[in-house]
Ligand binder design. Structure first.
Ligand SMILES: Cc1cc2nc3c(=O)[nH]c(=O)nc-3n(C[C@H](O)[C@H](O)[C@H](O)COP(=O)(O)OP(=O)(O)OC[C@H]3O[C@@H](n4cnc5c(N)ncnc54)[C@H](O)[C@@H]3O)c2cc1C
Ligand code: FES
Length: 281
């Protein structure tokens, strides 16, 4: 089926969005484990006003042979308007993030944001389940805090290769979230096992809504169960980006909308989308 460009106004217009390209200063930058770094920036408004699920386009320094041309998108891991800070948790994977990893305390960098459409919480949801794989949990951590602040109970399922890759548990624990960890190393992250876990949580009446980030197969699982059990939800998608602001169409993905397949820009229409409309690669 041919995909149509989705031009319906289901997302905030440009004039309703507040984003700016600002200079931020590194106040802390540490390795969390062998692959991930935690970056804390002092940044002027509107950066610290970022909402859960929104992202920034980060300028990445050149380092050695690495010459990252485009900025790199990163979800906001924490935004604190009181302190005037934004935080990121990122995996060092290629030229951009290798450059990012060289930043030292006191260095400055340009950050554009907050960008995109974040998570929503429906008043009728008394309990939610967040299911994250790898760094997907960085995206879901502010959602858990937003839910807790609104009196919504959270069950957080962490999926990771092994215990070393499990991060942010303390942040989720502070919200009072119930935490379940599933790992590749002991086989517990297998889809069938996560499905059993989700069904158990549903039987306990704790699945007002599903939220997920970081894994296609886990998104498909939540989508299937959501359809079967009548549970709505949202997914934060990742896609390579160039402009980050809706101009270049390099981040387009297909979505199911009624009987149509439509194309949407992950940077502008998302990165958070309705779970039932997302399509896997
Ligand atoms: C909205 C959004 C939020 C994100 N939030 C985070 C975050 O909080 N923490 C984090 O660690 N990462 C996050 N990412 C992914 C991050 O942007 C990429 O890992 C980063 O751009 C890689 O850049 P690089 O130059 O280091 O690697 P590259 O050399 O560009 O790529 C290294 C490898 O990763 C693949 N890749 C690059 N970008 C993406 C992408 N966007 N999605 C899937 N595969 C990709 C490439 O195909 C290649 O195989 C996010 C992406 C998006 C779109
Ligand atoms: S990255 Fe340019 S339109 Fe999304």
């Amino acid at each position: 089926m041919e995909a149509l460009l989705d031009t319906r106004s289901h997302v905030p217009s440009a004039s309703q969005r507040t984003a700016d390209d600002v200079t931020a200063r590194v106040v802390a930058h540490q390795w969390v484990n062998a692959e991930y770094k935690h970056l804390v920036l002092d940044a002027p408004e509107p950066a610290p006003l970022a909402q859960a699920g929104q992202f920034f386009h980060l300028e990445c320094p050149q380092a050695g042979e690495d010459r990252p041309f485009f900025r790199r998108p990163m979800s906001v891991y924490k935004a604190d308007p009181g302190k005037g800070q934004v935080e990121f948790l990122y995996k060092v994977t290629g030229a951009g993030t290798r450059g990012l990893a060289t930043l030292r305390v006191g260095d400055t960098m340009r950050i554009l944001g907050p960008l995109g459409v974040g998570f929503t919480l429906d008043e009728s949801w008394k309990n939610i389940v967040v299911l994250g794989r790898g760094v997907g949990l960085a995206t879901l951590a502010p959602l858990a805090e937003m839910a807790a602040a609104n009196g919504v109970g959270v069950t957080a399922i962490f999926s990771a290769r092994g215990p070393e890759q499990v991060m942010s548990t303390e942040r989720f624990a502070k919200t009072g979230a119930r935490i379940e960890i599933v790992l590749d190393s002991d086989g517990s992250s297998a889809v069938e096992n996560v499905e059993r876990l989700l069904r158990r949580i549903a039987r306990e009446g704790k699945t007002g809504a599903f939220f997920t980030c970081g894994s296609d197969r886990l998104m498909l699982l939540m989508q299937r169960l959501g359809r079967e059990l009548g549970i709505r939800g949202e997914v934060a998608l990742e896609q390579q980006m160039a402009c980050g602001i809706g101009m270049c169409f390099c981040c387009v993905r297909n979505f199911r909308s009624g009987n149509e397949v439509v194309s949407r820009r992950v940077c502008w229409d998302g990165p958070v989308f309705r779970l039932d409309e997302a399509m896997s690669w």
